[in-house]
Design a protein around this ligand. Structure first.
Ligand code: PGA
Ligand code: ZN
Length: 448
């Protein structure tokens, strides 16, 4: 018998990596990577693309010029095929950290602009898929085993209206979403969301407020104020037969970096300019008036004082998520936790650029007692890796956009398939919101 050592084993060694151009939900080019192992196992992943990006996130490498609106990915494909592939060939795909470190060693730039975050993220995810295939496990199970996590189905955040950069800036606020923490299964969340989504559509159509569908599948509204969106959302929840704040709550992504810099903010829709203190005050008024349990990027990515002040005032009652503010960076999460800024982080794998860095961010958040929300981008594809990551890492939440369009529904539907494998009782339900007013109210009700 041949001795089994590192020379002849593992069969999980990477034998081939290939990148091809595919197209995303906006019709823009994207990078798909296939990683093949010596055993024949195959992993495949596609890079997503943001529209309201943080300035400190990994940068996609695009070709520029006039063709394809400058969005070509020829250079990113070359990064994978000519630079990353030779360096990763022969490595053990089961050691994700080694593969990711090898990628990082090839790009010492600050924001992965040498190789391109689109090249690195698709490769890194494809390695994880290949290792899962080799192990004969679904990706969520492989991720849970590999990272020593207890898998659970995530609590979804689902967009009803799009705004900001996703709807021609017709309203300033980017995402008006619902969460259904009071539902006892993932399946029930889907059902309630369907009712609220179409109730919102009916109300908007009857009031002449409907312009179409925004980037992430939510309704594209023609509201006269940002608060009209909140009022309409409350009306939609009621029309769906729900009491706002009971089973269903509101979640907002303010994406304030899109309308503010240096502590000055301009709400174009209402023709109002304000400083950081006034923005915090205005949002605080919304928290008093509407059943909002979660709010993302309430101030700009450069407004540290504003985020600390917002968290000091409202962190005891709502989830405060840093997206552009933290850009899936473990170091920034640690720093923010020490400062008392935010109490949750959005985890976008392509913001970090590799799986290992994203998992480090997720863990740092969990260790700090924070929430962690695995998230899609506004430019998406049929790739469902994030449904598996959110489940495999456990304890988390999932933000995917709205409740229409297949690049969104693919992620929700994948969670339903996982639910069948994992069991309906593996759903975290409202647990991630336990430190918000919603969680406190329900604890009291349950105790009574
Ligand atoms: P994106 O934004 O357009 O950059 O993907 C989504 C978000 O802000 O959560
Ligand atoms: Zn965001």
């Amino acid at each position: 018998m041949l001795p089994i050592d590192k020379e002849t084993k593992p069969v999980s060694r990477i034998s081939n990596i290939h990148a091809r151009r595919v197209w995303d939900s906006r019709g823009n080019p994207s990078v798909e990577v296939e990683v093949r192992l010596e055993s024949g196992a195959l992993g495949r992943a596609i890079a997503p693309a943001g529209a309201s990006r943080g300035t400190r996130e990994a940068i996609d490498l695009r070709d520029g010029g006039s063709a394809l609106k400058g969005m070509g990915v020829g250079r990113a494909l070359a990064s994978v095929n000519d630079v990353i592939a030779p360096a990763l060939t022969g490595l053990d795909a089961e050691d994700q950290a080694v593969a990711d470190d090898a990628i990082l060693a090839l790009d010492t730039s600050s924001l992965k602009q040498t190789l391109g975050g689109n090249a690195t993220v698709a490769t890194s995810l494809a390695v994880l898929h290949a290792a899962a295939a080799e192990a004969g496990k679904p990706l969520w199970r492989h991720a849970a085993d590999h990272y020593g996590c207890t898998p659970s189905l995530p609590l979804p955040e689902i967009q009803i209206f799009g705004g900001g950069a996703h709807a021609g800036r017709r309203v300033d606020i980017q995402d008006f979403m619902i969460m259904v923490p009071g539902a006892s299964s993932f399946d029930e969340v889907m059902e309630v969301t369907n009712e609220v989504y179409f109730a919102a559509g009916d109300i908007m159509a009857s009031r002449g407020k409907m312009a179409g569908v925004a980037d992430e599948g939510g309704w594209w509204p023609v509201f006269d104020s940002n608060e009209e969106a909140l009022e309409t959302l409350v009306a939609a929840i009621e029309k769906a037969g729900e009491t706002p704040g009971e089973r269903v709550v509101i979640s907002l992504d303010i994406a304030a970096s899109e309308f503010g810099r240096n502590g000055r903010y301009r709400l174009a829709l209402e023709d109002r300019e304000m400083d950081s203190g006034e923005l915090v005050q205005m949002l605080g008024g919304w928290l008093d008036a509407y059943p909002i349990a979660s709010i993302e990027d309430p101030v700009g990515e450069d407004d540290t004082d504003g985020m600390i002040e917002f968290t000091r005032r409202f962190g005891g009652r709502v989830q405060i998520i840093g997206d552009d503010y933290l850009v899936t960076n473990a170091g920034l999460v640690s720093e923010a936790a020490a400062q008392g800024a935010c109490n949750a982080v959005l985890v976008k794998v392509n913001q970090a650029g590799t799986v290992s860095e994203s998992v480090a961010t997720f863990r740092t958040a969990m260790d700090a007692g924070w929430g962690a929300i695995v998230s899609a981008r506004s430019g998406e594809t049929e790739d469902v890796s994030i449904s598996h990551l959110a489940t495999g890492l456990g304890g988390g939440q999932l933000k995917v956009g709205s409740f229409t369009r297949s690049e969104r529904m693919a992620k929700w539907n994948e969670c339903l398939r996982i639910q069948d494998e994992l069991g309906a009782d593996s759903y975290v339900a409202g647990q991630p919101l336990s430190n918000t007013w919603w969680g406190k109210k329900n604890r009291k009700n349950n105790a009574a």
